[in-house]
Design a protein around this ligand. Sequence first.
Ligand SMILES: [Zn+2]
Length: 460
Amino acid sequence: MVLKIHNTLTGTKEIFKPVDESHVRVYACGPTVYNFAHIGNARMAVANDLLINVLRTQFKKVTYVSNITDIDDKIIEAAHELNEPIKNLTTKYTKIYNEDMGYLNVQLPDVQPRATDHINEMIDLIKKLMDSGNAYEKNGHVLFHVPSYSKYGILSKRNRDEQIAGSRVDVAPFKKDPADFILWKPSPDPMPGWESPWGFGRPGWHLECSAMSEKTLGLPFDIHSGGMDLVFPHHENEIAQTCSLHKNHDPDSFAHFWFHNGFVNVEGEKMSKSIGNIRLVHNLKNQYSGEVLRLTLLSAHYRQPLNWTKEIIDQNSKMLDRLYRSLKDLQDIELTSENLSEDVMESLLDDLNTPKLLAHLNTLANKLSTANKDEKINIKNNLIAAGKILGILREDPDVWLGYNQSLNPEKEEIEGLINQRNEARRDKDFKLADEIRDKLKIKGIEIEDTNNGTIWRKDS
Ligand SMILES: [Zn+2]
């Protein structure tokens, strides 16, 4: 079986062949830490977590690096508004980001470099770019000269007019070319900054990822990823910074694959502050379990837009309940394999086709009621293995389904009623048995009669 991944650089789905078979290396642009992560940030983290899980089924060693942007104009502004030191703010929101992603079963990256720990590497990179004639200094600003990189636009496929339209105009007086972008800018007092050959200042955002990916992974590495909104200008500029220092300006001298996840809309609209529809993971945690949120994020193919609605969350919550019920029914079946069967794995290896995989799991759950022992073993193997890769089905089915919660204060009363009902059924007093069932229902208790006695759960 081969893994295929869509590569933004070539615009096609390609067979993934690592630079070094013995060590696959991935870099994802991480968050700018000055407030809570929203569901769009979470989609990036979950899509990459899935990518890493899939890579780990195919390759022995995979290193995943995702950075923390802890110096940036928005951070400076937020710290100023809150009258808080920048370091406090970024440390606080880095911790919250990792906790929130952990809630979604996203594993921490193997390396999580911070921009402010790599200022020297960034300064060195600027020096090299100036020596090679790709960058120039003007009034304490250092700019990358876009026409000096022959393949500019290769990732985003933007033409020159579109490139200029997307570049920042506020430094226009210092630009040789309207598409040029900032590598270093001065930090007037009391702005934070570092000493450099061009005066006290701070780096432009694009520079950090060129510096940190090279430092942590070496060049070239396998996959560079991020949200689709980063294709231009961020990733285009990273390519210019890194590849203009290599032979023929070859983009393969940086990363071989560019992996981008799609946007999240909320109730059909773009998430925006002005509409007030930004969904923060931190708030969603109060309403939904991490697995429900994660499955909802995985329910659309990672490259497609995802429309975040209450209905789609409910649908995925129901699907999880159903899969957990299947696992509960399979409790006595022993696992014989830790791997997905080939037909199920195939959908994941085909550019992480999660909708197809989830449809497979549904079909398996449907087959359960008529399955023989061998089929049951196969179903359980697949559910557990799929859960491992997808980051779901990690709970005890009994706990998930809310059966026999021992801490429930109503437990005694409920179990008393269930005993009364069982007695009534034994006495063939079905009228009384039904009355008791209704009484329980009003309390939000659902019961189920199984071979091992009556079990109950509280409706959430
Ligand atoms: Zn980046």
